[in-house]
Design a protein around this ligand. Structure first.
Ligand SMILES: [Fe+2]
Ligand SMILES: [Fe+2]
Length: 174
């Protein structure tokens, strides 16, 4: 079912729109590849914490977290992404509880933290008070770790603070 959802033509259409918007963008893109990388990292992090249904949730959160950029290319894209995925998942009659988790995490995925905080969270297997906040935190971390700041040509012009930029050894540290 998840494969069907992430290949729904309406989703792919919005991805194409983002591709067009970002065709001259020098900073990180929000394309299919980004979704795939976030999904791989989120799967590792959520599995380690033993979260229920971690495989499907990781895929759905990751593939849809930035889709709202097709509608609003700014920080409120998280809400647009969440509204978009909700309609689609309801149509596919995806289980309600998980729809709520997916929408909550996507709606709260914006924001970055220092690399130190990321590794502290990972090393100590930390979780938040609620399952929704844990997923939101892991999605944020996976989103940030998916960026190759260490080899980025636009690094000097990027608005991220130096301490937030991802170092080359990140794979060994997660
Ligand atoms: Fe985003
Ligand atoms: Fe992202």
């Amino acid at each position: 079912m998840v494969d069907k959802i992430i290949s729904d033509s309406r989703y792919l259409h919005e991805l194409d729109i983002i591709k067009e918007i970002e065709k001259d963008r020098i900073f990180c893109k929000h394309d299919y590849n980004h979704c795939k990388e976030v999904s791989e990292i989120l799967t590792i992090l959520s599995k380690r914490r033993g979260l229920d249904n971690f495989e499907e949730l990781s895929v759905l959160m990751s593939y849809f977290h930035d889709i709202g950029r097709a509608f609003r290319y700014d920080d409120s894209h998280d809400k647009c992404s969440s509204d978009f995925v909700r309609l689609l998942l309801e149509e596919y009659e995806y289980q309600e509880e998980d729809v709520e988790l997916i929408c909550y995490a996507i709606n709260n995925h914006s924001g970055r933290m220092s690399e130190n905080k990321i590794y502290d969270y990972i090393d100590n297997n930390l979780v938040e008070d609620s399952i929704g906040d844990t997923w939101a935190m892991l999605l944020r971390i996976a989103d940030q770790l998916s960026r190759n700041c260490y080899s980025c040509k636009a690094r000097e012009m990027c608005k991220w603070h130096e301490g937030e930029k991802i170092s080359e050894n990140w794979k060994q540290r997660i």
